[in-house]
Design a protein around this ligand. Structure first.
Ligand SMILES: Nc1ncnc2c1ncn2[C@@H]1O[C@H](COP(=O)(O)OP(=O)(O)OP(=O)(O)O)[C@@H](O)[C@H]1O
Length: 274
């Protein structure tokens, strides 16, 4: 399978803090990765590199067929779908659901004077239908529930048929029903052979959809484990990443984790200086 990304010794240093520390990692086009790690582990920073919004301080980041620092990021970014709450905040609340997705064709948020082809409109409608939003296309984005807004973010990210899809906490803040509905849709999408390579950041193993294949664990900017989920998602490796003794259970491709000794939480050590 083709490689969609290769990081070699990637580090990010900001204000003397090592935020990402010598990360080496490859992702193939048929892999669906989950990135898990505690608050401050460096997940958002890593997504900034993967979405070509940040360059490493050192090391090499190859995305699709380009190397960051030696390529025009404005050509690269449209090939990478990115769904995040931060991006969704830029969608005007008065925008219709259809336009919220359609405007991804021009990499803008907020419809202005752009001319969209019928082909684009049909594609946006098809994508909305796939993400169970077809009945809401005329509704205003700002009036949607959290679960619906999360699905619009993803629909927008897949509108341009990306080669790499990044999802930043897609199930964060959702209630149980909305979470399960989203995980079901994400799992179905991830299982389709024509789906792009996917990388999803989450804080919770309960939010890993079926159909995801690989897991990368981060702690203090370092990869503590990476590989197929069945091998990496153990109480030992998850416990090492979160600094806790854990009990992990797996059932039919879904996972749960809880502290082995509630209250006996080892605090994450302080960040190192560069
Ligand atoms: N520009 C910056 N200058 C200094 N420190 C920074 C900068 N950006 C991020 N950090 C620090 O780097 C660490 C990693 O941040 P990052 O947001 O990538 O972590 P995260 O894993 O996404 O955290 P969370 O799960 O809380 O969202 C944090 O301690 C953060 O305070």
């Amino acid at each position: 399978m083709a490689e969609v990304l290769r990081l070699t010794d990637v580090s990010v240093v900001r204000s003397g803090n090592v935020i990402l520390d010598s990360i080496s990692w490859t992702v193939a086009s048929d892999e669906r990765w989950v990135i898990l790690g505690p608050n401050g582990a460096g997940k958002t920073t890593l997504l900034q590199i993967l979405s070509a919004n940040m360059h490493p301080s050192s090391g090499t980041a190859e995305l699709l067929d380009s190397t960051l620092g030696r390529t025009d990021v404005f050509e690269l970014r449209p090939r990478i779908g990115f769904a995040s709450t931060a991006l969704a905040r830029r969608i005007p609340p008065q925008e219709t659901v259809l336009d919220s997705v359609l405007t991804a064709a021009y990499s803008v948020t907020g419809r202005w004077n752009e001319e969209y082809e019928t082909l684009d409109v049909r594609r946006a409608q098809r994508v909305l239908h796939e993400w169970k939003l077809g009945h809401l296309e005329e509704r205003k984005f700002g009036n949607l529930s959290d679960g619906e807004q999360k699905r619009v973010q993803i629909a927008r990210a897949v509108m341009t048929d990306p080669e790499l899809l990044l999802l930043d906490e897609p199930a964060g803040s959702l209630d149980l029903g909305a979470r399960e509905e989203l995980l079901d849709l994400l799992g179905g999408y991830a299982s389709a052979p024509e789906a792009p390579a996917m990388i999803m950041v989450t804080h919770h193993v309960e939010e890993i959809p079926q159909g995801f294949t690989h897991l990368l664990l981060l702690r203090n900017g370092k990869v503590t484990a990476a590989g197929p989920i069945a091998e990496v998602l153990t109480a030992e490796s998850l416990g090492e990443a979160f600094g806790l003794e854990l009990i992990v259970t797996a059932d039919d491709g879904r996972y749960t984790a809880r502290a082995a000794y509630p209250g006996g939480v080892e605090r994450t050590p302080g960040r190192r200086s560069a």
